[in-house]
Design a protein around this ligand. Structure first.
Ligand code: ADP
Length: 582
């Protein structure tokens, strides 16, 4: 068996590896938890849309719906014709009870209130045949001619076929047989349908038949248009969506009802413009010989579906882009956090290191002095100086950290006072001059003593300068050169710190102002630092309504420029953390 100590050590190593690789962990989490499901979802949607497009699923569904709509429409149209007929049949005279003249009068009554019928008639094997036509239309010679033709034709026909027809009518559920006729005349296409029916008020054996003819003009101009209108309104009210258009035309004319007035055209709904119906249905029974067609108003099913699929692809595309954008943003912000966490832990070790070294030196020199073994005044003085400069370094570091923590907590306050900046810069440099020379640096100094006094926080500006000068000392190797300039230009004051040191890579130039950031250059890592200095300088610059910028060429050196407004712009603090003190 494996000793448990070995197991614990191994699992510790694995855990360490896992937690050490924050970036890999982040990538894996994003990939497994977000990207995979999102990609699968997008792919499935895409595939689904593609298959809808390929298999014409939507077209099928819409056309199926059209078929159903036409079937329902036919039923309703027939129903209406049946109702009108049955209503008239109920008023029919009875050849068993009424005299011939009563029959004629009753038939005329039916006609007078129902202009939609052209003729009504009654045949009785015993009493004979009575045909009445719309009286006021009899003055029209065409109509009179038709009246006579119908009278002749039906009279003879009934005499021969009445028995058979009565049996047929009895066989029908509603006792009505229809005789539809297609018409074609000089002024277009028409349609007439006539009903023959048994008379329920008579004994079944009595050979008598009633009948009526619908007026073709009424069917064409009123019946079909109003029916189509009603059907479309009903369908729209029920489901909404794209407005529909319907047409009635001769079933066997290969109709191309463009503009609604071509071959075989009978009637159309108001939205019908041109083109073929998407679906047609041949009518039966009452309107046999006619066909009912349907389509969308102003568009085709194919266009409709294409538009829908196109939109869906577009939405999917936008959605995918948003998702990718979101992922990139998440990745960036989380990896920023990860980097910051790493920087923070580097910071802790850097700072501890920076604190330890001066403390060790101070202690060493203090102990040596304490023992009193040092020979020579000069040596003693040197030791004191070392202790002083090291404690100054400690103070500077601790001040930086304190400032930083105040800024982070939003508690940093600035004490703006009227200040002679030239004097401030010169004094600060004086304090450092010995140290600068000691490091073997040449110091060039150019200060414009004529600049007017400005409102600044002295300590903060001095600290900025110290940070910039310290950096120049720290990040120079072979050529030890330092130049500090203070001058005015275009309404601003500029404080420049130039070195001929290691420089900063272009892609790192904006990052050096971020908290904890230290450049990747190996020399930087061998130099002590907290990564806070420049972020403080930037905060101070902003608090003064100014800016800090860097120009640098790796290997050649850097120039940091702190720009401050010449006119005291610090009346209204720009930052919450910046408050006028005193
Ligand atoms: P620190 O010096 O404590 O690391 P800073 O915030 O002062 O922190 O500087 C951030 C980083 O910017 C440094 O680590 C260094 O990489 C780079 N840097 C700053 N000043 C200079 C300079 N004068 N020359 C080259 N690199 C510099």
């Amino acid at each position: 068996m494996e000793p448990s100590g070995e197991r614990t050590r191994r699992s510790y190593r694995l855990r360490k590896l896992w937690s050490g690789n924050n970036r890999i962990r982040l990538m894996l989490t994003l990939a497994l938890a977000v990207m995979l499901p999102a990609a699968a979802l997008i792919y499935l949607n895409f595939y689904h849309l593609k298959s809808i497009e390929r298999d014409k699923v939507l077209e099928g569904a819409i056309l199926g719906d059209f078929h159903q709509m036409l079937a329902i429409s036919e039923k309703q149209i027939n129903q209406k014709a049946y109702k009108m007929t049955e209503e008239a049949r109920a008023l029919f005279p009875s050849p068993a009870a009424d005299s011939q003249s009563d029959i004629a009068k009753k038939l005329d009554d039916i006609l007078s209130k129902r202009p939609w019928f052209a003729h009504v008639y009654l045949f009785d094997a015993k009493e004979g045949f009575v045909l009445r036509s719309q009286p006021e239309r009899l003055s029209d010679p065409h109509f009179r001619e038709e009246h006579q033709r119908v009278a002749k034709m039906l009279g003879g026909w009934f005499a021969m076929e009445a028995k058979g027809m009565l049996d047929q009518a009895h066989a029908r559920a509603r006792g009505i047989i229809w005789y539809p006729e297609l018409l074609k005349s000089a002024d277009g296409f028409g349609f007439r349908t006539s009903a023959l029916f048994s008379l329920p008020q008579l004994a079944k054996e009595r050979v008598a038949l009633g009948g009526l003819s619908f007026d073709p003009d009424y069917l064409k101009q009123t019946f079909f248009p109003s029916m189509l209108k009603e059907l479309i309104a009903y369908k729209l009210g029920e489901e909404g969506g794209n407005p529909l258009a319907m047409i009635v035309h001769h079933a066997d004319s290969d109709s191309h009802p463009s503009g609604g007035h071509a071959e075989g055209f009978i009637a159309a709904s108001s939205g019908w413009t041109e083109g073929e119906p998407e679906v047609s249905r041949n009518l039966d029974d009452v309107f046999r010989g006619l066909a009912l067609g349907i389509k969308f108003q102003g568009t085709s099913v194919a266009d409709q579906v294409r538009g829908w699929v196109h939109n869906s692809f577009l939405i999917l595309g936008i959605f995918s882009l948003l998702l990718v954008g979101g992922l990139v943003l998440t990745y960036r912000s989380v990896s920023k956090e990860v980097a910051l966490a790493r920087l923070k832990s580097d910071f802790v070790s850097n700072v501890s290191h920076e604190l330890r070294t001066p403390l060790a030196l101070i202690r060493l020199y203090a102990e040596t002095l304490e023992l009193g073994r040092i020979k020579g005044e000069a040596k003693v003085e040197e030791y004191y100086r070392i202790i002083r400069t090291e404690s100054e370094r400690l103070t500077a570091l601790i001040n930086n950290i304190l400032d930083f923590s105040r800024i982070e907590a939003g508690r940093k306050e600035y004490d703006f006072r009227q200040t002679d900046l030239a004097e401030l810069v010169s004094n600060t440099l004086d304090t450092y001059r010995a140290q600068i020379h000691e490091h073997g640096f040449t110091l060039e100094q150019s200060i414009d003593w004529t600049i007017p006094a400005v409102q600044v926080d002295r300590e903060a500006i001095a600290r900025s300068l110290v940070n910039l000068v310290n950096n120049a000392l720290k990040y120079s190797d072979t050529e030890k050169f330092l130049c500090v300039k203070l001058y005015r230009a275009d309404g601003v004051l500029k404080l420049e710190v130039v070195d001929h040191g290691i420089g900063i890579a272009r892609n790192e130039q904006s990052k050096v102002f971020e908290k904890f950031y230290r450049a990747g250059n190996p020399l930087v890592h061998n130099t002590k630092g907290s990564g806070l200095g420049l972020s403080l300088v930037r905060h101070i610059a902003h608090a003064h309504g100014g800016e800090v910028e860097v120009e640098s060429t790796p290997g050649k050196g850097s120039k940091f420029t702190l720009t401050l407004p010449l006119v005291s712009a610090i009346q209204q603090p720009a930052n919450d953390a910046v408050r006028m003190a005193g």
